[in-house]
Design a protein around this ligand. Structure first.
Ligand code: 9MR
Ligand code: 9MR
Ligand code: ZN
Length: 751
């Protein structure tokens, strides 16, 4: 079928919506279904650029699985569509007058069309919607309610809008009653730009009402969800990767019953993903079960569960990742399974440029390499301790980890393993070495066969401060659990702080050229000094440490922010804010700290509200998944002191991102979800030829800091610059300080 004549797109819904917004509400005229849609907020403008949707590649097995799920629409009762927060929804219907003359009121899920003059033939007036995905050979159904004041026949045609290939044509009889129609067809072609067209031209003037239109049958997974599911009692959101209509349905996977319908909200172009994104909220679906989401025009999500706590087994696995990183430890098969190996790296390490030998065995291998670094170790331990402080009930003692069953939560056993190594990295004068490593990154061999000499590199104020902060927090957390250790940790923090007091200038080194290993160059130690002193203030109640922390803050306000290996003042700020004495000891500084946390969280929130994934990351660099987690943790921390639920809800969307609600439809934690990393940059897993379980990879890195990732096409949107490749260490490595951040966020959003 070919469209003839001059095309006049008289009404675009966007323009209409804008016009009606000025009147305050969109009032939908319909005898059966009168609805008032509140659109007090200006709708998101229609983006000028649009893209060809690029669905994530889906394996044939997956498609078959989905086909089985998508059976014809059952017109059962479902929750009424209440788009009371539907500001910003976008409909894409167009009324086209060729030879006729007509006008339409198009609103949420509804159109009322007055045809004044039908024109020469039935194509004189066409009401249509483009951009519908069809795949060749697939069965589709289109459902809608339609009435015409003057009884008549009308043609419904479906074409490929790109080249006008006919897909389907049916004549239906329409009268004054809003009848339900079902049309079934098999698409002969594959197209992302199918068009459904109601030919309303010809004949006398008429008035039509059309609503509740749905196209089902597509197995395209173009809706993003958390692959591991949703907690029954918390916010639940999905993200649409392109313009998917006005509404979506939540469908029970076993019965195909629609249990909820909601509005698709805030469609907007997203530079980070190169998609037209929008989101749907189905928080109200609380009944445990398996569901999937289907958009009005047919695309679907993976099936997912809603459960009270869908993450229990998974939590254990992400902690086990750290146990598997243990160095100098007999990682036996009973818990390490295929990644078991005997003790490694137990020889004495030589202090760089001296003949002094030290025992620094133990701790965790940092990442894909076998180096051990105080900066990442301190940061990782801090995450575990803060996770435990925030949500102790989430952590059990029965995870089949090395010390399970000893009466202490596994997470604290694991943190202690690293803390005991850290103690060995401290000198008598309190200073702490940054690194123990071998002259070169090992080949892809099992760690116990890496027999290179160990070297201890520089004592730094940065490393000493990072260490001091973690030790101070450890002294607080272990106080009742392991009193003797708690005291040891406190003394270590105090010693570190003496060293810092005697070394007021920044000491931070780059690795000597003859040592090729991890490098963690930091340009400020004020955050680390702030962290150590805030930790000591809370641990000892001695205000002199508070004064020193404030001195660091006054020299550089950035000293109080950050939850990473390079900036970690945010841990100090948070421990200060949670301490019951702080607001009495220094009300003014207490307010300053609350405001700084709030400002940081507000900035993230503003970014998050502007895109359909509701994530606040504005730059995807090395370890972007970690940065996502830190955004979430920061927002959740701000929620504690502001009560602003948007912070806590948006924290969750950052977790959802890591677990699959992202442009690549990818679960970034290995061995979980529908698609996850297989070819992780990690020497232990490569040498054992086993996919490392429960490990979060670094993720998209738009700076492309390894040769492999540079081979990806240019101009990829930032969030797509990721490759599941062994050699892409800048996107596909795993690290202790990344898993720890994930664990910390998981504890934060645990309901
Ligand atoms: O395997 C190393 C990884 O742990 C580091 O993150 C990365 C950057 O320091 O370097 C990796 O090692 C590569 C080295 O830098 C260049 N030659 C190839 C090494 C293995 O891929
Ligand atoms: O996590 C580190 C990241 O923030 C840096 O940008 C990057 C380059 O210096 O290094 C990362 O750390 C790697 C370290 O250098 C070597 N071991 C693996 C670490 C994770 O990739
Ligand atoms: Zn080792």
């Amino acid at each position: 079928m070919k469209l003839q004549g001059k095309i006049v797109e008289k009404i675009l819904i966007g323009l209409l919506a804008l016009a009606l917004v000025s009147a305050g509400v969109l009032f939908v005229r319909n005898h059966n279904l009168q609805k008032t849609v509140d659109v007090n907020q200006t709708p998101t403008p229609i983006p000028t650029s649009s893209s060809t949707p690029t669905p994530a590649s889906v394996s044939p097995d997956e498609i078959r699985h989905m086909d089985a799920l998508v059976t014809p629409f059952s017109n059962k009762k479902y929750a009424p569509i209440t788009p009371d927060n539907a500001s910003g929804f976008k409909s894409s219907w167009v009324l086209q007058n060729n030879t006729g003359d007509s006008w339409a009121d198009i609103a949420f899920n509804y159109a009322h069309i007055d045809v004044y003059n039908g024109g020469e033939n039935n194509e004189g007036v066409i009401f249509y919607r483009d951009g519908i995905p069809f795949s060749g050979g697939t069965s589709y159904s289109i459902f809608f309610n339609l009435s015409a004041v003057h009884e008549r026949d009308i043609d419904v045609v479906i074409v490929d809008a790109d080249d006008a290939t006919p897909i389907y044509r049916e004549t239906i009889h329409v009268n004054g009653t809003l009848n339900n129609y079902t049309l079934n067809f098999v698409s002969p072609v594959t197209s992302w730009n199918g068009s459904v067209r109601f030919l309303l031209g010809g004949g006398q003037e008429n008035t039509y009402d059309l609503n509740e239109l749905r196209i089902t049958g597509s197995s395209e997974i173009a809706i993003r969800t958390n692959h591991l599911g949703y907690q029954a009692n918390f916010q639940k959101r999905c993200t649409f990767t392109y313009s998917a209509g006005d509404l979506f349905d939540v469908v029970r996977a076993d019965t195909n019953e629609i249990v909820y319908s909601g509005a698709i909200l805030n469609e907007a172009w997203n530079d980070y993903t190169g998609e037209n994104n929008s989101y749907g909220d189905f928080t109200n679906v609380m009944e445990p079960g398996e569901y999937y989401v289907r958009a009005q025009i047919g695309v679907v999500s993976h099936p997912f569960v809603i459960e009270e706590n869908p993450y229990i087994d998974f939590t254990n696995s992400v902690i086990r990742m750290l146990s598997l990183q243990r160095c100098g430890h007999n990682n036996n098969e009973s818990w390490a399974h295929e990644l078991a190996h005997p003790e490694c790296h137990t020889s004495l390490a030589r202090v760089y440029q001296t003949e002094v030998l030290k025992d620094v065995s133990g701790g965790w291998h940092d990442a894909g390499d076998y180096g051990r670094y105080i900066k990442t170790g301190s940061k990782a331990v801090s995450d575990l301790l803060f996770a435990y402080l925030y949500c102790p009930e989430m952590f059990g003692d029965d995870g089949n980890l090395p010390e399970s069953g000893n009466g202490i939560p596994d997470i604290l056993d694991e943190a202690r393993y690293e803390l005991e190594w850290m103690l060995k990295m401290q000198n008598e004068d309190g200073g702490v070495y940054n690194t123990v490593m071998t002259p070169n990154f090992a080949y892809d061999i099992s760690p116990e066969t890496d027999n290179q000499d160990l070297v201890l590199l520089y004592v730094e104020t940065t490393s000493t401060g990072d260490f001091g902060g973690a030790m101070a927090i450890a002294s607080i957390v272990y106080k009742d659990i392991y009193p003797a250790f708690s005291e040891t940790f406190l003394n270590a923090a105090l010693q570190a702080n003496y060293f810092l007091a005697y070394n007021q200038d920044l000491i931070d080194m780059i690795n000597p050229p003859e040592y090729i290993g991890g490098s963690f160059k930091d340009d400020s130690d004020r955050d680390a000094r702030f962290y150590t002193n805030m930790g000591l203030y809370v641990a000892t109640k001695d205000k002199k440490y508070l004064e020193e922390a404030k001195r660091q803050y006054n020299a550089d306000n950035d000293a109080s922010i950050g939850l990473s290996w390079s900036t970690n003042g945010g841990y100090g700020r948070y421990i200060f804010l949670t301490n019951s004495e702080s607001s009495k000891d220094d009300p003014e500084f207490y307010d300053i700290m609350i405001n700084s946390l709030k400002d940081e969280a507000t900035e993230i929130l503003n970014y998050a509200l502007a895109n359909g994934y509701n994530t606040g990351l504005y730059m995807y660099g090395w370890g972007s998944n970690h940065d996502m987690c830190v955004n979430g943790i920061t927002m959740s921390m701000a929620y504690d002191f502001t009560g602003d639920t948007r912070f806590q809800q948006t924290a969750l969307e950052h977790l959802n991102y890591v677990l699959g609600k992202n442009t690549l439809d990818y679960c970034y934690i290995s061995t979980f979800g529908y698609a996850s990393p297989q070819n992780i940059h990690n020497r232990l897993s490569v040498s054992h030829n086993v996919v490392y379980p429960g490990a979060m990879v670094g993720g998209a890195n738009s700076f492309r800091e390894d040769p492999t990732i540079q081979a990806l096409p240019e101009n990829l949107p930032q969030a797509k610059v990721y490759l599941d490749s062994l050699s892409s260490y800048s996107t596909n490595e795993i690290a202790i300080n990344w898993n720890s951040a994930f664990i910390h966020l998981l504890a934060r959003v645990h309901q």
